[in-house]
Design a protein around this ligand. Sequence first.
Ligand SMILES: Cc1cc2nc3c(=O)[nH]c(=O)nc-3n(C[C@H](O)[C@H](O)[C@H](O)COP(=O)(O)OP(=O)(O)OC[C@H]3O[C@@H](n4cnc5c(N)ncnc54)[C@H](O)[C@@H]3O)c2cc1C
Length: 280
Amino acid sequence: MQISWDKLYRAFRALVAEDDYVLGRAVRSVSQTEKAARLDLEDGSQEMADLVVGADGVGSVVRPAVTGQPSPSIYAGYVAWRGLLPESALPVQSAALLLDRFAFYTMPDSHILGYTVTGPNGETETGARRYNWVWYRRISEGELGKVLTDVQGHVHPYSLAPGQLPDSRRQVLVEDAAHLLPPPFAAAVAAERQPFIQAIFDYETPRMTHGRLALLGDAAFVVRPHTAMGVAKAAGDAMALRSGLARLPYADALQAYERERLPIGVEIASYGRQLGARLG
Ligand SMILES: Cc1cc2nc3c(=O)[nH]c(=O)nc-3n(C[C@H](O)[C@H](O)[C@H](O)COP(=O)(O)OP(=O)(O)OC[C@H]3O[C@@H](n4cnc5c(N)ncnc54)[C@H](O)[C@@H]3O)c2cc1C
């Protein structure tokens, strides 16, 4: 069974008090002394903390403070074009073949897959769900900037969200789909009015903790999406860290956390690269 990111997000967000969840204050950098960790924010303000957990994803700014070196995620040479549309928006013949199946179509250097997920409010009833498709295609590093340029001409480093893709690029995507994909998938691509894109990256941290800093989730290991394990890995990190901090002084807890989770991140990253290598 597949669920959607927004459903998962709402379930977990509801557990965090309003005042404890601050939006719109990006962190620029992180540093530490023996006594405290310090966050420097884009708005010029600072925050001091006993412990900073960098769960800041593929472009983590906490990473270099943990590893002690520049630690960028590395482009894997392909992108995922994506669509997430009401199942009712699929043309009838396409819906008859695709819905309630986990469908794949593979071709040289590319593949597309699709499956049904919950509706925007967590609906599971037929007719109220959404169809999610993911089309992996190779794009050279030189071309990546062009593909990640939004409707206002701004180049994004990792992805374009729904609504940010220029219509001219959507047109090309729909035409490519008509030429390259079997009709049910081509129709699913054409039915998506706001396709979005995520470039695929790799990153493996040599360490997950340093002093009063820790890395968690994609900040520590960016694994290929073919594993479908990124969220479970991040949740596993969070549970291991919480379990250690609940019973040990923070320095021992961080050591135990790294001992437990580093080999798991390495293993999943390696599995993801093996799966990604089959793209060719
Ligand atoms: C195409 C694709 C398909 C995927 N499919 C699946 C799947 O089916 N199943 C699965 O389990 N995983 C999947 N993943 C992976 C999954 O999305 C990630 O592993 C997961 O989102 C990682 O969670 P995270 O909390 O570590 O990071 P993120 O979800 O990236 O969250 C990081 C957060 O930090 C915030 N942030 C970043 N920088 C800063 C800053 N400087 N200051 C303040 N806040 C900041 C961001 O705004 C964001 O809210 C997929 C990934 C891709 C690219």
